[in-house]
Design a protein around this ligand. Structure first.
Ligand SMILES: Cc1ncc(COP(=O)(O)O)c(C=O)c1O
Length: 344
């Protein structure tokens, strides 16, 4: 296999796959304190076979991106929000959180070290940043670890769902990704392991991914694969599900503000019942990886519900996309505090 380098890579043809950039970040928690944290030259991690991450799922992670601007600068979108969410995820699993300021500093350091891997402006690609925290050490009984590794890698990525702003079809799953009072609101590995089967069954049938319903009543839309759901109602409201088992998406909170402040729409978190789909004129999935992916249709109990169109993006979804992506790439002024430049 030919090794990819920033000089040989075809940025326009990237999908959402891993490419080793050669530089990662590691920090270790041992004897009650975090090590300084450093950039390392290996993608491998060597840990005890008895580490709780292997057996009892003590793992949480984050996902954010670095964007190349028109001027050639590199910028981050709300990394403080990822730092805070990761601390909450860690606390839910009784893990030692990695401190917020150290997280943000590590993101800047690692992106700076991998600057050549940040795709060019208008290539359709970005540098995906994956911080993660795992429980390690010699433990056999079910209990939290005493030692942790906070690690981070970066990898250049293209669109998560093929087709970018092309609408995709989704299938409602019978499976749940999280329990009513479980870990759905935390970004923990187990939620994704639990969702894999639903996702595979949907993809095997030609859908882009599975949609999960609320685990308690199975009547409301929760997550679209690994993204939050939004819809535009007939009376021009931006709505997105509200539930304790949904991951609090940073893209979701950003779009709520964009819809309210820039599109002058009413924007609310509320229940989205399957029985009310006829009230919705556009629908989409939103997240760091998914950006905004229009939901063309939802199939449930062999019935297909089509939203705006199965082939064309709706006008409000497009405006939300243009505004969000314009902010992320530095073409449109961002609300205060949303953008952090990576300094050199
Ligand atoms: C289950 C799930 N929901 C929603 C999201 C979107 O969250 P964010 O906008 O913070 O990337 C993600 C991706 O991080 C996710 O994994």
């Amino acid at each position: 296999m030919v090794e990819l380098t920033p000089d040989t890579i075809e940025w326009e043809n990237l999908d959402f796959s891993y490419i080793d950039t050669g530089k990662s970040f590691r920090a270790y928690f041992k004897n009650g304190q975090w090590s300084e944290g450093e950039i390392v030259a290996s993608k491998n991690i060597s840990i005890s076979e008895a580490s709780p991450v292997f057996h009892y799922g003590q793992a949480c992670f984050e996902g954010l991106k670095a964007y190349r601007t028109k001027k050639g600068d590199i910028q981050l979108f709300r990394p403080d929000q990822n730092a805070e969410r990761m601390m909450k995820s860690a606390e839910r699993l009784l893990m030692t959180p990695y401190p917020k300021e150290a997280f943000i500093k590590a993101v800047h350091e690692l992106v700076r070290a991998n600057a050549d891997w940040v795709p060019p402006y208008e290539s359709g690609a970005t540098l995906y940043i994956r911080p993660f925290l795992i429980g390690v050490g010699d433990i056999v009984g079910v209990k939290p670890a005493d030692e942790y590794i906070f690690a981070m890698f970066v990898t250049p990525v293209g669109p998560y769902f093929k087709g970018g702003l092309q609408p995709s079809p989704f299938l409602i799953s019978e499976f749940d990704r999280a329990a009513p009072n479980g870990t759905g609101a935390a970004k923990v590995g187990g939620n994704y392991a639990a969702g894999n089967l639903a996702s595979k069954l949907a993809k095997d049938k030609g859908y882009a991914d599975a949609i999960f319903l609320d685990p308690a009543t199975k009547t409301k839309i929760e997550e679209v694969g690994s993204a939050n759901f939004f819809a535009i109602t007939k009376d021009n409201k931006f709505i997105t599900p509200q539930s304790p088992s949904i991951l609090p998406s940073i893209t979701k909170y950003s779009l709520l503000e964009i819809a309210r402040d820039r599109l002058k729409m009413e924007a609310i978190e509320t229940d989205v019942y399957l029985t009310d789909l006829d009230e919705l004129v556009e629908a989409g999935a939103m997240g760091t990886a998914a950006v905004i992916t229009p939901v063309g249709s939802i199939t449930y109990a062999d019935q297909k519900h089509i939203f705006y169109s199965e082939t064309e993006v709706g006008p409000i979804t497009r405006r939300l996309y243009d505004e969000l992506v314009g902010i992320q790439f530095g073409d449109i002024e961002a609300p205060a505090g949303w953008i952090q430049k990576v300094d050199f």
